[in-house]
Design a protein around this ligand. Structure first.
Ligand SMILES: Cc1cc2nc3c(=O)[nH]c(=O)nc-3n(C[C@H](O)[C@H](O)[C@H](O)COP(=O)(O)O)c2cc1C
Length: 184
């Protein structure tokens, strides 16, 4: 089978990620694959923020700051937030900045950014690494959005965690039939 077709059918996410992460040149390729997401009007609504090394600790502090501002936040939650970005050696925070003065709906621009994330996930797998697309509460807070210069109309679409799978990966088997119909 063609390797692209095989990869697209077998790619799986992995939440247990360790070093090594893609090297600089590989990361550039991954990001360039993101740029090839289908983009109605070529508006380029995507923004990619690379978070690695000590920047991950700084992001953990931002997350912990959000948690600790909530009433009666237990220390365990603060500790969890501090550790979240350390779940992989590399992270790309993907945001959408929709252009609102065009006839292309913001929803389509968001889909373009989602497709960019998927392109990157496939590229990551093709290079022999693994990833997981996460969001969670933190993605939707104004503090975290501001930390990545995301405007009010914009959104954080993905915390894309990237590294090497620490566990064996298994593609789930899914039957095609229940999801497909011939129309008319
Ligand atoms: C927009 C979006 C947000 C997601 N957020 C999370 C998340 O916060 N935590 C999580 O465990 N999985 C999240 N997922 C799902 C995983 O990325 C992954 O797709 C899922 O675990 C199924 O694994 P698979 O990709 O191998 O089928 C999210 C997926 C999408 C598309």
């Amino acid at each position: 089978m063609n390797t692209t077709i095989e990869l697209l059918q077998t790619r799986v996410s992995c939440g247990k990620l360790v070093a090594p992460a893609p090297i600089e040149a590989e990361l550039e390729q991954i990001l360039r694959c993101g740029l090839r997401g289908p983009d109605h009007g070529r508006l380029k609504p995507w923004r990619f923020h690379v978070v690695q090394g000590l920047a991950r600790n700084k992001l953990g502090e931002v997350f912990a700051g959000v948690a600790s501002a909530q009433p009666e936040c237990p220390q365990s939650k603060i500790d969890k937030c501090l550790a979240m970005p350390l779940r992989a050696p590399l992270m790309v925070v993907v945001a959408c900045e929709p252009q609102l003065d065009t006839k292309i709906p913001a929803s389509e621009q968001l889909l373009a950014v989602g497709a960019a994330v998927q392109n990157m996930q496939v590229a990551i797998s093709a290079l022999g690494y693994s990833s997981i697309w996460r969001t969670g509460d933190m993605a939707y807070t104004s503090t975290v959005k501001q930390a990545f210069d995301v405007s009010e109309a914009g959104s954080i679409v993905a915390f894309l965690y990237i590294g090497t799978a620490q566990v064996a990966l298994k593609t789930p088997e899914v039957a095609l039939l229940p999801y497909v119909k011939n129309w008319i």
